[in-house]
Write a protein that binds this ligand. Structure first.
Ligand code: PGA
Length: 256
């Protein structure tokens, strides 16, 4: 069920709560310079919200895209501290929803992730929907069930065309920031399950078109063996994305 030619690899940098406007802009310029030769890969930088404008200015005129790490699904109103999708106009063309740090530390539920994904799509942005199991869940043999409920809850609310327009990031929680990446076999197996779940919910065509990344301790050392796997359409990168050279190596490994 793969049609790799139809799916452009996408490598996204999740800078998390690192960088301000100035150092973020400098990092973005370095990434744009390093990544420019790799025209077959969509490259997305997700700085903290306060750095979005500076990063947009820094990558202007390059193919590098900018994404938000977090949005709220309402458009405006009394939601202190939140940022809505319409407020990102001109600042982001992607937005992450469902990152495990948001789920674990800030109590985001599958229903929240669904609402955010719908809001991101209705604003014309591309959602990067993150899913993944904890170590306890993997050890208990619950990975497939966890992925089924996380993926179904979001994608049952979308149309097939909206589904196809999304990026999904498979990020096993135990691999994030731990230096312990999933093996290529584990990543490929879970991503295959995710594609099957999308097919069950939204049909084969949407499942063939939706891009599914791997995320969790991706590095220049392990990216080649992960990203050459059929069905793995790029990476969501945390730690290594704060170094332009390391991130560029990962972008290069994602090129077909
Ligand atoms: P990591 O983070 O690459 O530092 O493991 C990945 C992520 O949280 O998206």
């Amino acid at each position: 069920m793969t049609s790799p030619q139809a799916r452009r690899p996408v490598v996204a940098a999740n800078w998390k709560m690192n960088t301000g406007p100035d150092d973020g802009a400098a990092l973005a310029r370095a990434v744009a310079a390093e990544s420019l030769p790799f025209a077959q890969v969509d490259v997305v930088l997700c700085p903290p919200a306060t750095g979005l404008a500076a990063v947009v200015a820094a990558v202007q005129g390059t193919p590098v895209a900018v994404g938000a790490q977090h949005v709220f699904w309402e458009e405006s109103g009394a939601y202190t501290g939140e940022i809505s999708v319409p407020m990102l106009e001109g600042l982001a063309t992607y937005a992450v929803a469902g990152h495990s740090e948001r789920r674990q530390l800030f109590g985001e539920t599958d229903l929240d992730v669904q609402r955010k994904t719908l809001a991101i799509l209705s604003g014309g942005l591309t959602p990067i929907v993150a899913v993944g199991e904890s170590l306890d869940q993997r050890d208990a043999g619950e990975t497939l069930g966890v992925l089924r409920s996380q993926v179904t809850r979001v994608f049952e609310a979308l149309t097939p065309a909206e589904t196809a327009a999304c990026v999904i990031a498979y990020e096993p929680v135990w691999a994030i920031g731990t230096g312990r990446n999933a093996t290529p076999e584990q990543a490929q197996e879970a991503i295959g399950w995710i594609r099957d779940i999308v097919a069950a919910v939204q049909g084969l065509q949407a499942a063939e078109l939706v891009r599914i990344q791997y995320g969790g301790s991706v590095s220049p050392e392990n990216c080649q063996e992960l990203l050459c796997r059929d069905g793995i359409d790029g990476a969501l990168v945390g730690g290594a994305s704060l170094d332009a050279g390391k991130f560029a190596a990962i972008v290069q490994a994602a090129a077909p």
